[in-house]
Design a protein around this ligand. Sequence first.
Ligand code: IMP
Length: 422
Amino acid sequence: MANTILVGAQWGDEGKGKIIDVLTEEVDIVVRTQGGNNAGHTVFLGDTKYVLHLVPSGILRPRKRCVIGNGVVVDPVGLVEEIDVLEGQRVRVKGRLFISETAHLVLPYHRELDARREIRKGRQKIGTTKRGIGPAYGDKAARTGLRVIDLMHAERFAGQLRERVRENNAVLRAWGAKGLSFERVHAAYRAAGDRLRPLVANTMILLNDAIARGQSLLFEGAQGTFLDVDHGTYPYVTSSNTTAGGACTGSGVPPHRMDRVVGVMKAYTTRVGEGPLPTENPEIADLLHAMGREFGATTGRPRRCGWFDAVATRHACRVNGIDELAVTNVDGLDTLETIRVCIAYRAGRTRYDHVPSDAEVLAACEPVYAEFPGWRTPTQGARRWRELPVRAREYLQALAELSGAPLGIVSVGPARAQTIFR
Ligand code: IMP
């Protein structure tokens, strides 16, 4: 059975949660490998809405196991709250969710530093989710991070935490913010650590043993290609590798065990936070927001919206090695007379067929558009490829060809049933 990496091919919020939920049927274990509770994956089952931040969405399928891998940054207090909500919705978590002992912790000073840095940056701010993600990964790289395994050792954790709170309070105070109380942080984290203890495991061994037994894995990417710290629109990115390679380093599963990469993209483009978005278009944003769509699952912020950007998705197909595309939110375009697709960029006299590496150059790029006639028919009821309007099929086929990977899945609404396999 195949091990699949699922990635976002745009700026996050591509509708990955729904596609992961659909693909979970075929696998035994769903694995998160990067990011933290900055992610928000929304899944509808019947009338119930589930929003997952750290827990892989596989938890909603009773017989599946889920792993939070070593590459994730874990806010243990937030995770306990998320588990409580899920258990309140009658989702069984114990015995099904495993947390890597080597995953790094997000601590309250990370959140404070995240918020303060944003204020200090003024107009250059990144527009983070303020979940402390950047500072937590910063500590990991600087080798000053605390890990889940530390939280499992009471004395060691207390000593390390006291030192880190002291150090970080000095920075916070220098920035005019209040310091944190070690006692308060310690009490909250110890309580969360005790709750999480039965779920903590060596997930590298768990996953490789599962593969050896013939089980199959689905790697649930969070955020999207252009938020990747190496391959995205730096510095307007998150702090992890959101591209396919991150699934290996973030789980301890080697590259040659991966069988396919599925790239999820919307039929248009969105972005939350600051940074370049060449096809941004206020009319599309107004249309989608008026439909009640495109508000962030984690922060509730209205997302910036624009036309489909095939230069960007071509880049995503290349850097992730996408074997198959899943296109979501097709129904969001149902009412449009004409639909535009960006096929190249122009900055001055230079034409770009690839995404320039410099975010400032990208910000100066104007899109070169191709136009497609709209289908002006509701698509939410379609259940098969041939039930989609001809013009919608032509549009989707063009997106796949321009992006450079075959079309595998089309989503025309939030429900599991509103999924078409090509
Ligand atoms: P951070 O990950 O909170 O540091 O935010 C960095 C950038 O990534 C900001 O532009 C966020 O809006 C964006 N971002 C982080 N997580 C998500 C996500 O799950 N979906 C979409 N954008 C995200």
